[in-house]
Design a protein around this ligand. Structure first.
Ligand code: ADP
Length: 499
């Protein structure tokens, strides 16, 4: 026995009390004794009693009275009635009043120990059941408070929250969302998504998240939506059931109208200033060209040198202005793309031809590996020229003299992959996530030697994404860099139509 149990024997006959002690103590029980019911109740009050063996008939207070008192104050303690043969009927009466069992005098050793053991087992089971019930009640209480807390948080959030199930029905929409959408009366739930928001890009995002079995593949989708002149950033994430099946999508809507208006103002300002600067700068450059061509009279060597240097600076300024205008145009969405089936291979050949002299000046070997049967891509010619001109110029600019720059293209299923690799200075791992940000330039001593704005790759990424493509970069400092561009190809059927 791990725990020592106490059995209280209440009997007016000393011989019974002693007999019970003799039987139970060797079994590991502690035995407390009382000569009548009152003493028994006193012991119950002061000692940790587990089971009571109680004689039916005792002076001062008999078993029935003990049962009543103990039942009120110590309901968890089982009481076994000790009775003679003639009074079994009374013992049964006691059981109706709550006694656990009875033993008849003279009792057998094994019978007594068995009844006590069973009473203890019953007590243990009852305690366990009670504890489980209490724990369950506590859990239910915690759950209820937790639910009400979560409910309060969601209802008080300044951002809109929308929860949809697998059938794209809305199961939760918080007050902030109702206000953003201009809805006043709560709709019955679940309600169709269209009753709240009829936006195809949002629906597409939900379908992507719901149909994605690999839970790690798409963690969330971020998009911008415009609803009645309100600009919203919507961040949607799937939520999973215990079997890791996607159960639905939670979307948080943040009002970005204020930021958008500021951005618009900034873009207007950049566009206006750039336009105002571009005209006079182009005119000054033209006048320099006239002088350098000798059309305004002979120049001394010194004058020629100064004008050539000024010419290079002017070109740098014009490049910066053109790039700023491109970015402003793209961000304002004023970037009409005329997408026609394009032979990208031919464009790459032309660009490499154009850059031959620049590469040769740096003793850089320019290589081209374009297979003849490349599929066409639906794209805007000017954009593609800008993308690959930027990547190729960077590859040459950020390579030391004597390096190698290679352009290759392969067809990859529905996509065309173009790689622009160099054996240049490379990019440090911590710079890689930032190089596509506007104005970001890696802090490398060799980067400083190259005149640049830090806008080229931002434009490249924007243009590629506008063509539903993507760009990746792999680089090793001191070894070289490879930019991989993926662009959707025209499917063979379409190809024939356009040919
Ligand atoms: P810019 O070349 O005008 O600085 P980009 O946006 O084209 O701006 O490039 C951003 C930065 O990325 C560059 O400043 C440079 O640090 C890094 N970078 C781009 N291409 C390469 C390359 N091929 N090799 C090494 N670094 C590069």
């Amino acid at each position: 026995m791990d725990e020592q149990y106490t059995v209280l024997v209440a009997d007016d006959e000393k011989v019974i009390r002693d007999g019970c002690s003799l039987i139970l103590q060797p079994e590991g029980y502690r035995v407390a004794t009382a000569a009548n019911g009152q003493e028994a109740l006193e012991l119950l009050r002061t000692e940790p009693v587990n089971v009571v063996l109680c004689d039916l008939k005792m002076p001062v207070m008999d078993a029935l009275q003990v049962l009543e008192e103990a039942g009120n104050h110590y309901p968890e303690v089982p009481i076994i009635i000790i009775t003679g043969h003639g009074t079994v009927a009374n013992a049964v009466e006691c059981m109706k009043k709550g006694a656990y069992d009875f033993v008849t005098k003279p009792f057998r050793v094994d019978h007594l120990t068995l009844v006590v053991k069973r009473a203890l087992e019953k007590q243990r089971l009852e305690r366990q059941t009670r504890e489980l019930r209490e724990e369950q009640a506590r859990n239910l209480y915690t759950l209820a408070t937790e639910q009400s807390r979560v409910h309060t948080i969601i209802n008080c959030m300044a951002d809109g929250v929308l929860v949809t199930n697998r059938d794209l029905e809305v199961v939760l929409a918080n007050p902030a969302l109702m206000q953003l959408l201009g809805l006043s009366t709560p709709l019955l739930q679940p309600a169709p998504l269209a009753a709240y928001l009829d936006d195809n890009s949002l629906k597409e995002a939900f379908h992507t998240l719901l149909s994605n079995p690999e839970q790690d593949n798409v963690r969330y989708i971020s998009q911008e939506l415009t609803i009645d002149r309100i600009h919203l950033r919507a961040l949607s994430a799937p939520f999973y059931g215990p079997d890791l099946q996607v159960l639905g999508v939670v979307t948080v809507f943040h009002d970005i109208t204020g930021f958008k208006e500021l951005d618009e103002l900034k873009n207007d300002f950049v566009r206006m200033v750039s336009h105002e600067l571009r005209g006079p700068l182009a005119a000054i450059k033209m006048q320099h060209t006239v002088m350098l061509d000798g059309l305004a009279g002979d120049l001394t060597n010194k004058q020629r040198e100064l004008l050539t240097r000024a010419q290079a600076k002017l070109q740098g300024l014009l490049d910066l202005i053109n790039e700023l205008l491109d970015v402003a145009r793209m961000e304002a969405g004023h970037c009409p793309l005329e997408q026609v089936p394009l032979p990208l291979g031919e464009i790459l050949v032309e660009l490499v031809e154009l850059l031959k002299t620049k590469a040769a000046n740096q003793q850089i070997m320019l290589q081209l590996a374009i297979p003849p049967d490349l599929p066409l891509i639906p794209a805007d010619r000017r954009s593609m020229e800008e993308v690959f001109m930027n990547l190729l110029c960077n590859a040459i600019n950020y390579s030391p003299n004597g390096g190698e720059v290679k352009v290759s293209a392969v067809s990859q299923g529905d996509y065309l992959e173009v790689r622009v690799s160099d054996t240049g200075i490379g990019i440090e791992p911590e710079d890689i996530p930032k190089i596509f940000d506007k104005f970001y330039r890696a802090k490398h001593p060799q980067t400083r030697q190259v005149i640049g704005t830090g806008l080229g790759l931002a434009i490249v990424k924007n243009l590629i994404e506008a063509h539903r493509g993507s760009i990746r970069v792999e680089s090793q400092p001191g070894v070289g860099t490879t930019f991989r561009v993926f662009l959707p190809a025209v499917s063979r059927g379409q190809d024939v139509d356009h040919a």
